[in-house]
Design a protein around this ligand. Structure first.
Ligand code: NAD
Length: 249
């Protein structure tokens, strides 16, 4: 079998580490050229870039705040200039600033909504015209099971992730006729820096609630992203795919 994403160009936000990195490497292994972003320069980001290049595909790394609209416009313009097209967009950049509602500050709310939800709007807004001209494209936006079910202590994060679902379904309805698909992945508990901050007790507590009895890995999410990016999902749009070991049914 040939590679699944041969000749495709993918933009992945927040891919220096964690889930975004796993998706970038998986797409690259299937032949896609990769443009990826992250917010602060780090050796990990450079290592990710080198690992992608070692898979024999073109790669370009951008240090940019995905929540900055003007920066997103110039970034995507550069991708089109350098790579010629945008076939796949993965809005993966995201942060948490957890706290109970009663203690949540306005800045905690604003930071999370901006980094998680506005960033996805920015990239969709700027990439969709490019995809329309091509008459094809696959958008994959990262939500969370928390965006579907809510979670005490994460009202800002859950709202941003529920917003991702509304954003994605609306885009799917608007641009399906132009050959563009838009879907959501809602991961459960995935081992990354984001969840690494949690205590051992809390992690064990979570694991008990997961029918598959383990935390997920970045690669578990990357497999689902590959499906949604590829022609295997040619008739799939506007969907929310939970990748959570059965945690939130
Ligand atoms: P992570 O913290 O390990 O990595 C986050 C990445 O996003 C980094 O590359 C960081 O540089 C980038 N980033 C953050 N803010 C950014 C900004 N404003 N602009 C550009 N890049 C930015 O996180 P992760 O666990 O890999 O999570 C990836 C995505 O998956 C997030 O959207 C997260 O909400 C979602 N998610 C994660 C889990 C989990 O259990 N880890 C569960 C559900 C959903």
């Amino acid at each position: 079998m040939g590679k699944m994403l041969e000749g495709k160009v993918a933009i992945i936000t927040g891919a220096s580490r964690g889930i975004g990195r796993a998706i970038a490497l998986r797409f690259a292994a299937e032949g896609a050229a990769i443009a990826f972003t992250h917010v602060t320069p780090s050796p990990a980001a450079e290592a990710t870039e080198q690992e992608i290049a070692a898979l024999g595909v073109k790669v370009k790394r951008y240090v940019a705040d995905a929540a900055d609209y003007a920066a997103t416009e110039s970034l995507v313009a550069d991708v089109v200039k350098e790579f010629g097209r945008v076939d796949i967009l993965v809005n993966n950049a995201g942060i948490t600033r957890d706290g109970l509602l009663m203690r949540m500050s306005e800045s905690q709310w604003n930071e999370v909504i901006t980094a998680n939800l506005k960033s996805a709007f920015n990239f969709c807004r700027v990439c969709v015209p490019v995809m329309m001209r091509q008459r094809c494209g696959s958008i994959i936006n990262l939500s969370s099971v928390v965006g579907v079910h809510g979670n005490a202590g994460q009202c800002n994060y859950a709202a941003s992730k529920a917003g991702i679902i509304g954003l994605t379904k609306s885009i799917a309805a608007e641009v399906g006729s132009r050959g563009i698909r838009a879907n959501v992945i809602a991961p459960g508990f995935i081992n990354t820096d984001m969840t690494g901050k949690l205590s051992e007790e809390l992690r064990a507590e979570w694991a008990k609630q997961i029918p598959l009895r383990r935390a997920g890995e970045g690669d578990d999410v990357a497999g689902a992203a590959l499906f949604l990016a590829s022609d295997l999902a040619a008739y799939v749009t506007g969907q929310v795919l939970q990748v959570d070991g059965g945690m939130a049914m």
